[in-house]
Design a protein around this ligand. Sequence first.
Ligand SMILES: NC(=O)c1ccc[n+]([C@@H]2O[C@H](COP(=O)([O-])OP(=O)(O)OC[C@H]3O[C@@H](n4cnc5c(N)ncnc54)[C@H](OP(=O)(O)O)[C@@H]3O)[C@@H](O)[C@H]2O)c1
Length: 263
Amino acid sequence: MSKTALITGASMGIGLDLAVLAARDGYDCILVSRNEPRLHELKKVLETRYRINVHVFALDLAKHDAASRLTKMIDEAGLTVDFLINNAGFGTAGAFADLDAETEADEVRLNVNTLTELTKAYLPGMLERDHGYVLNVASVAAFQPGPYMAVYYATKAYVLSLTEALHAEVKGSGVHVSVLCPGPTDTNFFDRAGSELSFSKMPSHLVAFFGYKGVMNNKRVIVPGLSNQLLVGFAKLMPRALSLEVLRRVQKPTDGNAAESTT
Ligand SMILES: NC(=O)c1ccc[n+]([C@@H]2O[C@H](COP(=O)([O-])OP(=O)(O)OC[C@H]3O[C@@H](n4cnc5c(N)ncnc54)[C@H](OP(=O)(O)O)[C@@H]3O)[C@@H](O)[C@H]2O)c1
C-alpha cells in the first residue's frame, strides 16, 4: 500500500534532502514551498529516480490561512498524510526594535502557527490509524534565548517544547513525534536571515539523514553532530544570565555589518 509524506520547505536545503530520503524509502511525496518551478524540478527527479508519485503545492505558508488552504487541497486530491515533516522556516537577525514588524510576524506564522496547525490537522488521523510520523524542525537555538535573533530563537523554543510534549502524549501508540535541532547547516538560511557565520556548517544531507533516522527510531530530540550536542549540553548547564551575555556579545551586529548567529 502506498504511503505519503508531506514535506514543507522542500524546494531546497534540509527539506529537499528530507524529501529525497522519504522518496528513497518509498513514500509518495507532497512537496510544499513558494517556489513552484523548483518543486516541479524535484518532482521530476524523485518520480524518475524512485518510481513514486509526487504532488506539488506552491503556497506561502506564512499566510494566516495557509495551513487550512493546504489541508483542503490535500483532501481534495484524496491524499492521506502518513509522515508530516514540518521543515519550512526562516530567521531574522538584528535588534528586535529595528527589525521589520511584518517580516517577524511572517516568521512567527510560518515557524509556529503553520507548523502547529498542520500537526493538529494530521496527528489525529495518524493516532486513529495507530501509525505515522511527525518530524518538526527546530534548531539548537531552541535551548536558550537569543539576543539579536530574539524572535527566531523564541519560535524554535516553541517548536521544541510543543514537540517534546506531543512525543509524551503519543507514547505507547504507533505514532512517532520527534524534533530535529540542527546547528549551523550549509543552506540558504543565513543569506535569508541576513546573518554571517564563522562556525563550520554541517552539510544539509547529513542533518536530514540524522533527522530521518531519528524519527524512524522514535527519538524525542535529535541533535545532529557532536559539536552541536556539546553546544546544547552547555546551553542546558550554563546559567541563563551567562548564556544571554555570551550570545549578546557574539550576535550583536557591528556597525554596518550583519549579525553573526550560532544557527
Ligand atoms: N541552516 C541552518 O543553519 C539551520 C539551523 C537550524 C535550524 N534550521 C531550520 O531548518 C529548516 C530548514 O531551513 P534550511 O536551513 O534548509 O533553509 P533554506 O535553505 O532557506 O530552506 C528553507 C525552506 O523553507 C521554505 N520556505 C521559507 N519560507 C516559506 C514560506 N513563507 N512558505 C513556504 N515555504 C517557505 C523555502 O522555500 P521557498 O523559498 O521556495 O518558499 C525552503 O524550501 C528551517 O526551519 C530552519 O529554521 C536551519
